[in-house]
Write a protein that binds this ligand. Structure first.
Ligand code: SF4
Length: 298
C-alpha cells in the first residue's frame, strides 16, 4: 500500500455517486479513492487506448466462438468472427487509438487463446457467457458481467479473460473481482468450485484457484469497507489520495495534489477542470444517472 493524503475537493460540478458498485469500480476505489472521485463524481474517463479496444474485440470474438456448438469452435470460425468484428470496430475507432498496436495485441491474444485451451472441450453452462450478475452483499448493491461460466469438477468455474499479460501488480484486484462474482453467483444457486484468470497477453497463462470461504469473506469485507469510506469522503468532500507505483499510469497525475511536485488547483475547481480538458488521455463523459427501480426494464 502506498502513501495516503487527504485532499479537499470542489464538488460543485460533481454528480451523485452510483448506487451500485461493480468489481471494477471497487478496484478503482481501493487503488485510489481520489482517482475514483475523478471518474465517478466528476465524469472523467480514460480515453480509448489500443489495449482497451483490443480487449473489447477479443472478448467479442471469444463470446461468439464459445456460443457455437463445441465441434464448431474452430480457428477458422474464430478468424471469420474476428474479421467481421474488427471491421465493425475500425469504422468507429477513435482516431487517437493506434490501430496497428490494437491489431498486434488482438492477434497475440487470439493466438495465445488457442495455445492455452481447446475450445471444443469447454462445457459452458446455460446463459454462461457475458452473464450479468447483481446482488446485495452486506447491504451494498453490486453488479457485473462474468466473461464465462463453465462446468468444473465439483461445481462451476468462473473465468475471466485478460488480454494483457500476467502482471503481479494487478493480480490481487483480478482475484477479488472473481471472488465477488462467485459470491453473487451463489445468490443464483450456483456452486463455484474454481475461479480462473486466462491471461492472453505476454506472458500468457491460465491461473486457477479454489474459492475458500475465508477469501470470499475478505472480498466482502473490502466491499463493505469501501462503501462506508466512500460515504464519508462524499459527505465531507475530503477524499484519500493513495500514491503507489500505479500513479505513473494515472491520467489524473498532472492535476493530482498528492502526486504533483508543484502546486495544482483544487480538484474539481474550474482551473483543474480546464487543465483536464487539455489532457488528451481523458474524456469528459459524465455517467447517466441510474434509473430508479420503478423505471428499470423488466
Ligand atoms: S496520481 Fe496517484 S494519488 Fe493521484 S489520483 Fe492518480 S492514482 Fe491517485
Amino acid at each position: 500500500m502506498g502513501e495516503e493524503s487527504r485532499i479537499i475537493v470542489d464538488d460543485q460540478a460533481s454528480v451523485p455517486l452510483p448506487p451500485r458498485w461493480s468489481p471494477s469500480s471497487l478496484n478503482t476505489f481501493l487503488k485510489c479513492p481520489l482517482s475514483y472521485w475523478w471518474q465517478y463524481a466528476q465524469g472523467w474517463r480514460s480515453a480509448p487506448t489500443s489495449a482497451m479496444e483490443a480487449g473489447t474485440l477479443v472478448h467479442g470474438v471469444l463470446e461468439e466462438l464459445m456460443s457455437l456448438p463445441p465441434q464448431e469452435r474452430t480457428v477458422d470460425r474464430a478468424r471469420d468472427s474476428y474479421g467481421i468484428q474488427a471491421a465493425e470496430l475500425a469504422e468507429r475507432l477513435d482516431p487517437r487509438v493506434d490501430a496497428a498496436d490494437l491489431r498486434a495485441r488482438a492477434g497475440t491474444a487470439m493466438t495465445s487463446y488457442f495455445a492455452l485451451e481447446d475450445p471444443s472441450t469447454v462445457d459452458v453452462v446455460a446463459d454462461g457467457l457475458e452473464h450479468r450478475v447483481e446482488a446485495e452483499i452486506g447491504g451494498v448493491r453490486i453488479t457485473g458481467s462474468v466473461d464465462r461460466i463453465d462446468f468444473a469438477v465439483g461445481g462451476v468455474r468462473v473465468l475471466d479473460y485478460k488480454t494483457g499479460g500476467a502482471k503481479p501488480r494487478y493480480a490481487e484486484a483480478y482475484w477479488r473481482q472473481l471472488l465477488l462474482y462467485s459470491r453473487m453467483l451463489s445468490e443464483e444457486g450456483l456452486d463455484v468450485a474454481e475461479i480462473t484468470l486466462m491471461y492472453l497477453g505476454e506472458p500468457a497463462r491460465v491461473l486457477s484457484r479454489p474459492v475458500p470461504a475465508s477469501a470470499l469473506a475478505r472480498a466482502e469485507a473490502d466491499l463493505e469497507r469501501a462503501a462506508e469510506e466512500r460515504a464519508t469522503f462524499d459527505e465531507t468532500s475530503s477524499w484519500v489520495a493513495r500514491t503507489s507505483g500505479l500513479c505513473g499510469h494515472c491520467p489524473f497525475r498532472g492535476v493530482c495534489p498528492a502526486w504533483s511536485r508543484s502546486a495544482v488547483p483544487v480538484p474539481g475547481s474550474s482551473e483543474s477542470t480546464r487543465q483536464l480538458d487539455r489532457n488528451s488521455a481523458v474524456d469528459h463523459r459524465p455517467r447517466q444517472p441510474e434509473p430508479s427501480p420503478a423505471e428499470e426494464p423488466s
